[in-house]
Design a protein around this ligand. Structure first.
Ligand SMILES: *[C@@H]1O[C@H](CO)[C@@H](O)[C@H](O)[C@H]1NC(C)=O
Ligand SMILES: *[C@@H]1O[C@H](CO)[C@@H](O)[C@H](O)[C@H]1NC(C)=O
Ligand SMILES: *[C@@H]1O[C@H](CO)[C@@H](O)[C@H](O)[C@H]1NC(C)=O
Ligand SMILES: *[C@@H]1O[C@H](CO)[C@@H](O)[C@H](O)[C@H]1NC(C)=O
Ligand SMILES: *[C@@H]1O[C@H](CO)[C@@H](O)[C@H](O)[C@H]1NC(C)=O
Length: 369
């Protein structure tokens, strides 16, 4: 009887990865966009590409001041660092002298496809910053010698967790925001996913063993895209939640293609742990069950911080501009500023990636060095 109980507890602990002496990753590197950025865009910003997240109320919940993140507090990668007892990741463009715990290459606005594609195709009418996935990979390659000072690559990364992404949100948002139709945006998906898989492959060939590949969230539910597509008269089909059906169909297609690409990587690199992280279902879960998450039912598609209107998002009055206020309790909202999530949402995502069910395998169960 007692033995059975002890055994059941042991099984439970092992399954959930909560045993006290579970090993920790000792460093963390991330490539990505504004869902992961911890300060790079603020450093990269130019008069042509200004930033909004360097002013209050960004950071109001956790840091108490703008931290370079696109949220009221921490983002997913922060909660993951905390879980392993690692310092919150510093932005790579800060030129840190100590890179021994890893750094963050993610930059707000980064695309998977190289920036010139969007300029050539007139999806933007300004010069994008040079920070797409391949550029970030380049930054990583340049930093590698200072991280792997003595050991060879396969040893120096043997307790390192890598994130490639999320990528894709900006590739698609630029096109949706320019009023493009589903068939055109959909045609980008193979290239977007291929670039992500290629980057993961470069990392694995360079010695990485643990690589997390997050999919994209249901961007058809983002207040900024909802408001923009309505304004452009391109919002023709809504699902039961009130999200844009065409936008979410493409997001789902991206996630399915990424899943297949992950299958390919696993087949090719059996020694590596390629972890698939789901950014889509956890958001839908909250949107469909707001009460369970302390989110006000009428506000699921409204930003906490924004300039009014049905979705509380207005292109000429965005969060941090004069006169634009945040809601009192950001944890009662899914979306922080119309495009990015509240700390509460990012925390839920991190929990689902670390312990399941939104990760395959759960990150905590992937540790077997
Ligand atoms: C892993 O990190 C957590 C959080 O800091 C800590 O509680 C735990 O003791 C660490 N485990 C090991 C084996 O160092
Ligand atoms: C980092 O170093 C580069 C190259 O030396 C320099 O151009 C850049 O201004 C530095 N960035 C910061 C934030 O100090
Ligand atoms: C962008 O950055 C990469 C890597 O740092 C560099 O090789 C490339 O020349 C840059 N491209 C432009 C257009 O500045
Ligand atoms: C990981 O690399 C370190 C050197 O950085 C080495 O001492 C250790 O044995 C390696 N562990 C495994 C499991 O390869
Ligand atoms: C958006 O904000 C501008 C400037 O504050 C304002 O003039 C306009 O009426 C707002 N539009 C909507 C739809 O609320």
């Amino acid at each position: 009887m007692e033995l059975t109980l002890v055994f059941s507890l042991l099984v439970l602990f092992c399954l959930h990865g909560v045993s006290a002496d579970r090993p920790n990753f000792t460093s963390l590197f991330a490539l990505g966009d504004s869902n992961t950025d911890t300060g790079n865009l603020v450093i990269m910003a130019t008069p042509d590409v200004p930033v909004f997240n360097n002013k209050p109320p960004y950071g109001m919940t956790f840091f108490g001041h703008p931290s370079g993140r696109f949220s009221d507090g921490r983002v997913t990668i922060d909660f993951i660092a905390e879980k392993f007892g690692l310092p919150l990741l510093r932005p790579s463009l800060q030129n840190n002298s100590d890179v021994s715990k890893g750094v963050n290459f993610a930059v707000g606005g980064a695309t998977s496809i190289n920036a010139d594609f969007f300029e050539r195709n007139k999806l933007v009418n300004f010069k994008l910053l040079n920070n797409s996935l391949n550029v970030q990979l380049d930054w990583f390659e340049k930093l590698k010698p200072s991280f792997c000072k003595t050991a060879g690559p396969s040893e120096c990364f043997n307790k390192t967790l890598f994130f490639v992404g999320e990528f894709g949100v900006n590739d698609y948002n630029l096109a949706w925001g320019a009023g493009k139709a589903e068939s055109e945006v959909r045609s980008y998906v193979p290239q977007v996913v291929q670039n992500i898989a290629n980057a993961a492959e470069v990392l694995i060939k360079g010695g990485a063993t643990y690589v997390v590949l997050p999919g994209i969230p249901p961007i058809g539910c983002s207040p900024s895209l909802l408001a923009t597509r309505v304004r452009l008269n391109k919002a023709t089909e809504f699902d039961q939640i009130g999200c844009l059906s065409d936008v979410n169909r493409v997001a789902k297609y991206h996630n399915t293609e990424l899943r297949d690409a992950i299958g390919g990587l696993r087949g090719k690199y059996a020694h590596a742990k390629v972890i698939k992280a789901d950014f889509y279902d956890p958001i839908i879960e909250i949107l469909q069950n707001p009460g369970r998450f302390g989110v006000a039912g009428g506000d699921v598609l409204r930003a906490c911080c924004g300039g009014g209107g049905k979705y509380n998002w207005n292109v000429t009055a965005v969060c941090s501009m004069p006169g634009v206020a945040a809601c009192k309790d950001p944890s009662a909202f899914v979306s922080w500023d119309g495009t990015h999530f509240t700390e509460a949402t990012y925390r839920y995502i991190a929990k689902g990636w670390l312990s399941g069910p939104y990760s395959d395998p759960p990150i905590l169960n992937a540790l077997n060095y």
